[in-house]
Design a protein around this ligand. Structure first.
Ligand code: BEZ
Ligand code: FE
Length: 250
């Protein structure tokens, strides 16, 4: 750990110094940055949000560079443990209010050798049709818009839910202000989050995005990876997203 800290932190300090020299950062600007970071750390949830927005995708790229299975992606701050268990096939509880499009998400989970994996716990969570998250934003109990599936003996899962929509990450704090000062917006494209785990396999966190939709090309988290942009297909009159997984061994 000390060796790693020595290598990484010396590089990090050198990289920041290079940026400071390149842009002729003044002492006033350094003091402003310190105040900004202090204020961010002292505001509940804000430092986590800032780090997740700007840097979580980089840890996903590090994972993807080492792995051979499906692409990992960011988790974001809205995962909750203890989502309702619905077996290998079922429905996510949704509120029927407002406009919403029913969708099906289904797929199969295999290992690197192509063998279907049964008994994988697969958390699925996504926004409401209003762009909020249950158990986080007010008025939506946490058992809605999230579920825990378990793949069947052939590695299959299938879940019915409603289509998530693009939403703005909380933008009234220092993360939103920083994005704005960088000439960027705070929108994420519509997406579905997944977390797959089973002993002996690497925990796999990812998302899917929808082909051709708003903000796919300008995600505030810069987290969209081509492999994870998926088209809807129509099956028996239903709009279906097929998300298969290949999981790396632990
Ligand atoms: C999300 O995908 O839920 C998310 C990711 C980073 C920051 C905020 C939200
Ligand atoms: Fe999200």
């Amino acid at each position: 750990m000390i060796e790693r800290s020595k290598t990484v932190m010396n590089d990090l300090v050198a990289a920041i110094r290079n940026v400071m020299l390149k842009h002729e950062i003044t002492n006033e600007e350094l003091r402003f940055a310190v105040k900004y970071l202090k204020e961010t750390a002292n505001t509940e949830f804000e430092l986590e949000l800032m780090m997740e927005n700007f840097f979580e995708i980089t840890t996903a790229h590090v994972t993807n560079n080492k792995n051979s299975g499906s692409a990992s992606n960011i988790a974001g701050p809205f995962f909750l443990e203890d989502a309702p268990d619905i077996g290998s096939e079922g429905e996510i509880k949704t509120l029927e209010e407002g406009e919403h499009l029913p969708i099906v998400i289904r797929g199969q989970i295999k290992d690197l050798a192509g063998k279907p994996i049964s008994g994988v716990k697969l958390d699925v969570w996504h926004s409401t049709p209003r762009g909020t998250y249950s158990g986080v934003h007010e008025g939506i109990p946490s058992e809605y818009y999230r579920a825990k599936l378990t793949t069947d003996e052939m590695g299959y899962y299938k879940v019915r839910t409603t289509k998530p929509v693009p939403y703005q990450i909380p933008d009234n704090g220092n993360t939103g202000r920083l994005l704005k000062s960088m000439g960027r917006h705070a929108w994420r494209p519509a997406h579905v989050h997944f977390k797959a785990h089973k002993p002996g396999l690497q925990e796999h966190i990812t998302q899917v995005y929808f082909n051709g939709e708003d903000y796919v090309d300008s995600d505030c988290c810069e987290a969209v990876i081509d492999e994870l942009v998926i088209p809807f297909v129509e099956e028996n009159g239903e709009q279906v997203i097929i998300k298969n997984f290949v999981l790396d061994a632990a």
